[in-house]
Each structure stands twice: as C-alpha cells, then as structure tokens.
Design a protein around this ligand. Structure first.
Ligand code: NAD
Length: 415
C-alpha cells in the first residue's frame, strides 16, 4: 500500500498525546493494547468483566518478562510500556475517557458491537476514529440502521444508523498481535478515505504492515485461504489421498504446514466457523461450501490439538498417526489434476485472489502481502499466477469443473 499525504491527521500526532482505548481485554485486545503502548500511546484497556482488564495487564507483564529474560528487551522499556496501560472495568462505553482512537475487540456479536459503537458516538468527539477488530462482521452492518436484533429492541424496534460513519473502519489484527505483522485495514461503504489512510499509516508506525480491503466476507486472508483447507478436505473425503500425504505434498510445495495439521492447530471448530461465515455471507457460494468431512470432525468432538484428536491423534503435543506416503505424494504432484493436491490448491488460491481484485476489493499487491504475512504462504496468489500462467490455471479449473460441476471451480472472469 502506498503512503499518502495524510500525515497531518490527528491520529498521527505525537503518540504520547494521542490516547487509545482498546475495548475487550481478551486474547486480541490485550495484544493490541500492548502494541499501542509500545508505540508510546497512553492506552485504556477496557473490559466488562470484573478483573479481566487487570488480568490482561498481568498477562502482558508475564509475556514481556519472558522477553527480558531472553535479552530481547530491557526492564526499563517494559516498565515504561506497562505504565502506559490503564485497565478499566465497565460495560458502559460512554464512561471510556476521550481518546483519539478506539479499537473494539469484544466478542464477535453484531448486536454487542452495534450497541458499543452507539455508546461511543454519544461520548467520544466526532473526530475520534472508531475501529473494530472483527474477523467476520461487515463494517456496514455495524454502522447502518437496524430493525431487528437486541440492539433494535433496546431502541424501540429501530436502532439508528451512526451519525458519523466516515470515522468507522476495521483494523483486523492477527493473533497474536504483538507478533503478527499484518493488519487488514477494512473500509466500509461509508468510511472516509482520509481516515483509512491515516489509520494505515498509524499501524505502520506501530511496526505493522497494513493492507487495504473492502468489507467483503472474510476480508482478504480469511476468504482467499478457504480453498487451502477445502481442496485437501475434499480429496481426503473422496479417498484420493490420505491426510498425512496431502499435508506432505503441500509442505513440499513450500507451505510451512499442510492444511490438515494446520486446521488441527487452529481448531476444526474455529476453522469451520470461519468457513461457514464466509459461505453464508456469500449466499452459499459453492466455492466456500464447508465439507462434510470437517463437519463430521466437529460433530465428533475431534477439534484438533486442543482435544487431543482431530484429523490426527496427539500425544504429548505430537501427532502419533501422521504417516505420509512419500512415494504417493511424489506421484500425485504433477500427475492428473484431479488427484494433484498442489495443482488444485494453487489454481483455487489464484482464482480467489484474482477474483477479489477483479471485484475491486483490494489491490493485487495487498492480496499477496496479506497471504504471505497473514498465513505464512511462501507466495501470494499473484506470485503463483505469474509462475503458472493464466492459461494453466484456467485449464486446471476447467478440468476440475468437468469432474465436479456445480460452480465451485468456475474461473474468475479476470482469468
Ligand atoms: N482470536 C483471534 O484469533 C482473532 C483474530 C482476529 C480478530 N479477532 C476478533 O477480535 C475480537 C475479540 O476476539 P478475542 O479472541 O480476543 O476474544 P476473547 O473472548 O478472548 O475476548 C473478548 C473479551 O471481550 C470482553 N467483552 C465481551 N463483551 C463485552 C462488552 N459488551 N463490553 C466490554 N467487554 C466485553 C470479554 O469479557 C472478553 O474479555 C472478536 O471480534 C474476534 O472476532 C479474533
């Protein structure tokens, strides 16, 4: 993303005089508070649950103590950082002190977020930038009028649109925020371009790499990544290859982890929920249809490492039954498309990336950056497109479409 001339935006003033409020002191909120404090901002870390914000500060302190022990930072810097964070317990966001930026990171419920943004609008000045760390909700759904849901009921059946939607955007951090460099800067239909640019520059100053995208289901990373899981699951479901071998084939293609071991790490339930959300929000586009294979894992409580069993079985943190067939992996890759996990996966990742750009939701450069930093892919979709060529990708999709009609493998118009 290119830098532009919004450096005089109040968000970009001296951090010491630019307070930030982070709402929700869970895994994400605590990490975001740490990042903002490290950049020199006074931070109010707010949580509705008694003691949660203070406990989050303790977790930040413990994490930093480990960094000091490893010699990565000094105790003086840690004390200064911790001194910047003030925990606050309240469920009434009108009581949050006046700040330049709010980053909301409470539970993933549209109604809860809608209520919070309306409270913020009552109490914060119209210049305060209001960001949400939502992974799956639309920025526009937070901003607009609503006639259903808890929030509407609270307001006598009609919950109002925000009066100043221009200053509302998504700042989608990745877990854990102090480590992960990527931040998706998400524009709602009403978001002010100057606010988006200033927010992108701010997170850059926080040491992050911003990418800009529209408020499209899954944004960039959670959308483009869907076929990485879906293709492997379909192949295993059909008995074309076993789970350990599909993982091996993709690791050999440069992915740090295969899709099966990766979903066991993420949690099959968490990964399925993201997939379901994108699928529902795209009117059940067959491209994103969750697999029966993954649904069965979740139904059977095989959630992955956290339950000791997912695709694989874990003992002492190691998969004990991930036994790839090296010879088979070698034979499938470069063979017929239908049984080649790498050809299928790459063609679909390219198709997703190209389509997102074709719809005007992000730039090609940002899509590649997002996938490399957000998912650790060795390349982005446009990197693979350059390597494979559009003809080859189109032919791969056409072959798959012949075998599996129904629209999942329809090529993007841009191909
Ligand atoms: N966990 C991830 O990997 C991840 C990554 C990116 C974005 N997100 C998004 O970040 C947000 C937070 O996720 P998380 O994993 O940190 O959740 P979490 O459950 O760890 O923490 C949420 C916190 O919000 C507090 N809370 C709930 N309702 C509140 C309210 N009305 N007012 C104030 N505080 C309230 C809870 O007490 C809890 O401490 C969600 O929107 C999620 O979709 C999560």
């Amino acid at each position: 993303m290119t830098t532009s001339h919004h450096e005089d935006h109040p968000l970009l003033a001296d951090p010491a005089r630019t307070p930030v409020a982070v709402l929700g002191a869970g895994a994400m909120g605590a990490g975001i508070a740490q990042v903002a404090a490290a950049a020199g901002h006074p931070v109010h870390l707010v949580d509705a649950q008694e003691g949660a914000a203070a406990k989050a500060v303790d977790r930040i302190r413990d994490g930093l103590a480990r960094q000091v022990a490893k010699g990565r930072t000094g105790q003086g810097d840690v004390d200064a950082l911790l001194g910047q964070i003030t925990p606050l317990t309240t469920s009434d966001m009108t009581t949050v002190p006046a700040v330049a930026l709010v980053v909301e990171a409470v539970v993933e419920h549209l109604d809860v977020k809608r209520v919070i943004f309306r409270q913020l609008e009552q109490s914060q000045s119209p210049g305060t930038v209001l960001a949400t760390n939502t992974s799956s909700l639309s920025i526009d759904a937070i901003v607009r009028e609503a006639t259903t849901g808890h929030d509407a009921a609270l307001h006598g059946g009609r919950s109002p649109a925000l009066q100043h939607p221009g200053r509302v955007l998504g700042l989608h951090f990745f877990n854990p925020p102090p480590v992960m460099r990527l931040v998706e800067v998400v524009r709602g239909v009403r978001s002010d371009p100057a606010v988006l640019q200033a927010a992108a520059e701010l997170v850059r100053r926080w040491g992050k790499t911003p990418v800009l995208c529209a408020s499209t289901p899954g944004f960039i990373v959670n959308r483009v990544a869907r076929p990485f899981y879906g293709e492997a699951q379909r192949m295993v479901e059909e008995g074309l290859v076993d789970a350990a071998t599909v993982d091996l084939a993709l690791r050999r293609a440069g992915f740090r982890m295969g899709p099966m071991e990766l979903t066991d790490l993420i949690g099959q339930d968490v990964n399925l929920a993201v997939g379901e959300s994108v699928w529902h929000q795209t009117d059940e586009d067959p491209r994103y249809a969750p697999t029966d294979y993954q649904r069965a894992l979740v139904r059977d409580g095989r959630l992955g490492r956290k339950t000791g069993r997912g695709v694989f079985t874990y003992e002492d943190g190691r998969a004990v039954d991930a036994d790839p067939d090296e010879e088979l992996a070698g034979r499938l890759v470069g063979g017929p498309v239908v049984t080649d996990p790498v050809a299928r996966t790459l063609a679909m990742l390219v198709n997703e990336g190209v389509d997102l750009v074709h719809r005007g939701e992000a730039s090609a450069e940002d899509v590649d950056t997002a996938m490399r930093l957000g998912t650790n892919y060795p390349k982005g979709p446009f990197g693979w497109l350059a390597e494979l060529g559009a003809d080859r990708v189109r032919e791969t999709l056409a072959e798959l479409d012949l075998v599996y009609p129904g629209g999942r493998y329809r090529p993007s118009e841009a191909l």
